[in-house]
Design a protein around this ligand. Structure first.
Ligand code: 3NM
Ligand code: MG
Length: 525
């Protein structure tokens, strides 16, 4: 078997422990998995005596050979030599790569576990054929994992390999299963990174009641785009000089559509803004539900709306609820807006951000400067620094170019839309940055107006799934112009009287738009 022809797409790692294999025969489980489409097998047995290892590996090698699939032995170079199989997989605490290479020769496949930049660099330099990158997610299958790197960590290593132009193959490992495999593969590639060659899986196949069916499904999912990826119209594919006009033309259309279909805006938001968010949703024409219990999401998602996760009053229980709802919306391909309120303020909130990004896909990330900058992947790159105190905006970084670059990088990494609010709001889907100067200072002088922008975006994207950027820009213009119109009213004397007038103007703009009166949009700049 030529090692450069090896297909790493669905890489099975065996496990002989009763918790996973049960009382089944390892050869039968592996053969079922091969029938289902496993393309590479690693025999991993940390407990058995050498005689058992050699005998089992010989049996497995006869089986994998019939399917034209390579067999690799975990850790034990001697067993691989005794069996004459295709290679080994070695961890950071096992024999070094050069020694293994000397013993096995140039044609053997040698894979190495890596979890950070140094290990990756060293493994490539020593001539590894492929890397097992992990641990992606915490997994009961391997308890002594050194570090959980998440999709962010995985992506960092892929970016490193792309930058180095390395030919090494890659799989990821740790907690990969049918519910996350498509997302992990899609998200880790980023917009301009490099894609994984495959995924390594233990329990989702070895412990499955039907390993053949499980493998077949995983084989399908590893090649599929996740449900939330909508490849439909994309205004940014048009010539850049027409973009502003094109975006402006869609604003009334989207407001009109929200008015007609009344999309559900499912808010898991903080206690401070629940009432105002529900009122904003109603007046932009959406149907609000303030449902913080994650269990409800699986029913609500069938109504075709969007989810807002606003972690303004995060608690451990609340976080669990967010994750449940996030999963439900991702699985259904319905959009999620994430508002990382106060993300830069405490360690708990920074950890919550990491957990949420690890657990699912967020279509739109919306926050103020400090919040968004706290969501940057932590990869040592220099970022504009803003220390946050409360949940208000904190000191402003005035360098718009720098901020624009930061959010573009973030959007490209997460493959989503990023909105950074401020005196000028910045929006990007990774290609261009749009700056919106509309708005009024009263928006920053009452609580909840930032949170309610998330609600407005959710309504707009639920009504415009095929171009979420269009919808996000429409929401920003609508919202900020309503604030201007409210602030200029004679009955508005300050922030207190501003709030009800703002609700009025959200309503008025919608009514006017539906009636074909688009004068208000001339304020867009
Ligand atoms: N190696 P499951 S994680 C064997 O991070 C192994 O190097 C890991 O099991 C690493 O697919 C792991 O059941 C176990 O989560 C993966
Ligand atoms: Mg090992």
């Amino acid at each position: 078997m030529q090692k450069d022809k090896v297909d790493y797409l669905l890489y099975l790692v065996t496990d002989s422990t009763p918790a996973i294999l049960g009382n089944r025969d390892i050869g039968e489980v592996v053969e079922a998995a091969l029938k289902g489409g496993v393309t590479c097998v690693q025999y991993r047995d940390k407990k058995s005596d050498t005689a058992v290892l050699v005998a089992t590996a010989k049996r497995l090698h006869r089986i994998t050979s019939r399917y034209g699939v390579p067999l690799l032995i975990n850790d034990r170079v001697d067993v691989a030599l005794a069996v004459g199989c295709e290679g080994v997989h070695i961890g950071q605490d096992d024999m070094d790569i050069s020694s293994a290479r000397k013993l096995l020769g140039p044609d053997a496949i040698i894979g190495v576990t890596v979890s950070n930049a140094e290990e990756t660099q060293a493994a490539c330099a020593a001539g590894a054929d492929y890397l097992g990158i992990g641990t992606v997610f915490a997994t009961p299958t391997k308890e002594n994992t050194k570090s959980i790197i998440g999709v962010d960590g995985l992506q960092q290593i892929l970016l490193q390999l792309a930058a180095a132009g390395s030919p090494v193959k890659t799989v990821c490992i740790g907690g990969i299963n049918a519910s996350n495999v498509s997302r992990v593969v899609w998200q880790s590639a980023g917009n301009n990174g490099r894609a994984l060659d495959g995924v390594a899986i233990v329990s989702a196949i070895m412990a499955a009641p039907d390993p053949e069916a499980a493998s077949r499904e995983l084989q399908r999912l590893v090649k599929a785009n996740p449900e939330f990826v909508n490849h439909c119209e994309d205004l940014e594919n048009r010539p850049a000089h027409d973009l502003v006009d094109l975006f402006l033309a869609t604003v009334p259309q989207i407001i009109h559509r929200v008015h007609n279909i009344k999309p559900l805006s499912h808010n898991m938001t903080n206690l401070v803004v629940q009432n105002l968010a529900a009122n904003v949703a109603l007046n932009v024409g959406a149907s609000p539900i303030m449902a913080n219990y994650g269990e409800e999401a699986k029913d609500l998602v069938t109504l075709g709306g969007a989810l807002v996760i606003n972690m303004g009053t995060v608690t451990p229980e609340g976080l669990e609820n967010y994750l449940k709802a996030l999963r439900a919306y991702n699985d259904a391909g319905q959009p999620v807006v994430f508002d990382p309120v106060g993300a830069g303020a405490t360690a708990v909130r920074r950890a919550a951000v990491k957990t949420i990004f690890g657990a699912g896909y967020v279509d739109v990330l919306k926050g103020n400067q400090a919040e968004i900058l706290s969501c940057m992947p932590d990869d040592g790159a220099e970022q504009p620094q803003v220390q946050q105190r409360g949940v208000d905006s904190g000191p402003a970084e005035a360098d718009m170019k720098k901020l624009g670059r930061a959010i573009m990088q973030l959007a490209n990494r997460r493959r989503n839309i990023v909105v950074m609010t401020g005196k000028t709001d910045l929006v990007t889907a990774g290609r261009y940055v749009y700056a919106i100067d509309n708005g009024h200072e009263y928006l920053g002088m009452v609580t909840g107006t930032g949170c309610c922008l998330g609600t407005t975006i959710s309504a707009m994207i639920a009504a415009n799934l095929w171009d979420k950027l269009q919808a996000t820009i429409a929401a920003l213009l609508y919202y900020n112009i309503a604030a201007e119109l409210a602030a200029e009213r004679e009955d508005v004397k300050g922030p207190g009287t501003f709030v009800p007038a703002f609700l009025d103007e959200l309503y008025n703009i919608r009514r006017k738009t539906v009636d074909g009166d688009l004068g208000w949009l001339e304020r867009a700049r």
